[in-house]
Design a protein around this ligand. Structure first.
Ligand code: GRG
Length: 328
């Protein structure tokens, strides 16, 4: 079992993903493609190989997913626009410093039309509501520098919806009264952080309860699950750990055991990281394994931003420094 991160294998694995167009699984994942590019690109940046994907082809692909009529982006060319892929497209362009390649006003218009009267956001025109979409909306607006300048968007309404997703066990669910889940906790805490209201929204006792719920996700094998009685999965090394980082409780995790668990899920031959040891690797678990290791301070990795799941130097350039200037 590998005891170190197999960086060059993972870089080669991510680079190979777009060359497998003759394979069925390539086409079966076209409904995820733009997020797949975001996961691969983010992994490469964190692995310190920021130029391993061709920049101009990456920009062209993002633009090919853009719908000029609505301002939203779909997962692949010809796919309907959705907030999930709109965020992924903006994250990609932000990471490679190419936000000017897209009409930001139109994207803001797309996002604003998806807000509902109760403050929640629908994922697309068909109306599914989920706390994930509040996160996607606020993150997209903030990366575009338009959080406080998006006509028709009520950040207060969005925050109100997120706070109604808070449960008595300390966690957050996908909607009010829905079961707490680590993925949803990431989106709710992240949305409150992006809106700049986390600290004033939750009491110290509530933050401690949330920290307890999150650190209880670590299982004896070192891996994390996403809710009680469930199996460990590498992706929770992101959803749980980033939430703990955002609330300042990262030290409540057994770091060594989690590092060992993530490293044990690497494909030592072909690169990539799987959900758990022995399973087939994929780019989704690769990014969240690498990003989790980055949060744990694993040597040689670039720092990840726990709020945006993007390289910290990128979000410093785009969001945080700008915000510091505004508040000082
Ligand atoms: C910028 C990283 C980033 C994300 C954008 C889409 C989104 C915002 C966040 C998704 C949050 C989420 C709900 C993650 C969970 C994903 C997941 C592995 C769900 C599996 O759920 P179950 O019920 O699995 O199939 P369990 O582990 O509970 O058995």
């Amino acid at each position: 079992m590998a005891s170190t991160l197999l960086t060059s294998k993972h870089v080669a694995y991510i680079q190979s993903l777009d060359t497998k167009r003759d394979r069925l699984d390539y086409h079966l994942t076209s409904h995820l493609r733009l997020s797949g590019v975001y996961w691969g690109l983010t992994s490469l940046h964190l692995l310190n190989h920021p130029t391993a994907l061709p920049r101009s082809e990456t920009i062209d692909f993002v633009k090919s997913c853009y719908h000029p009529s609505s301002g939203g982006l779909g997962a692949s060319p010809g796919h309907d626009p959705h907030l999930l892929y709109t965020l992924s497209g903006i994250q990609i362009l932000a990471t490679i410093d190419a936000l000017d390649e897209i009409d930001g006003d139109k994207v803001v218009e797309y996002v604003s039309k998806l807000q509902n009267p109760d403050g929640s956001f629908s994922g697309d025109e068909w109306g599914e509501v989920d706390s994930r979409f509040v996160y996607c909306a606020l993150s997209t607006l903030s990366l575009l520098g338009r959080l406080g300048d998006a006509p028709g968007v009520s950040a207060e309404g969005a925050v109100g919806f997120v706070l109604r997703c808070l449960n008595a066990d300390g966690g957050f669910g996908m909607a009010p009264a829905a079961e707490s889940h680590a993925g949803q906790i990431f989106t709710c805490v992240g949305a409150l952080k992006i809106a700049g209201v986390f600290e004033k929204s939750l009491s110290e006792d509530q933050v401690n309860l949330l920290g307890d719920w999150l650190c209880e996700r670590q299982l004896p094998n070192g891996g994390l699950n996403g809710r009680p009685e469930k199996l460990e999965d590498v992706c929770y090394s992101w959803w749980v750990l980033s939430s703990m980082a955002m609330i300042g409780k990262l030290q409540w995790i057994d770091r060594e055991k989690l590092v060992e668990f993530i490293l044990s899920c690497q494909d030592e031959e072909n690169g990539g990281i799987a959900d758990r040891k022995g399973d087939v690797a994929d780019v989704f678990h690769t990014v969240f394994g690498v990003a989790g290791l980055s949060l744990l301070g694993y040597e040689g990795l670039k720092e990840v931003d726990p709020v945006y799941c993007m390289p910290k130097d990128v979000t410093d350039r785009i969001v945080w420094n700008h915000r510091k200037i505004l508040t000082t």
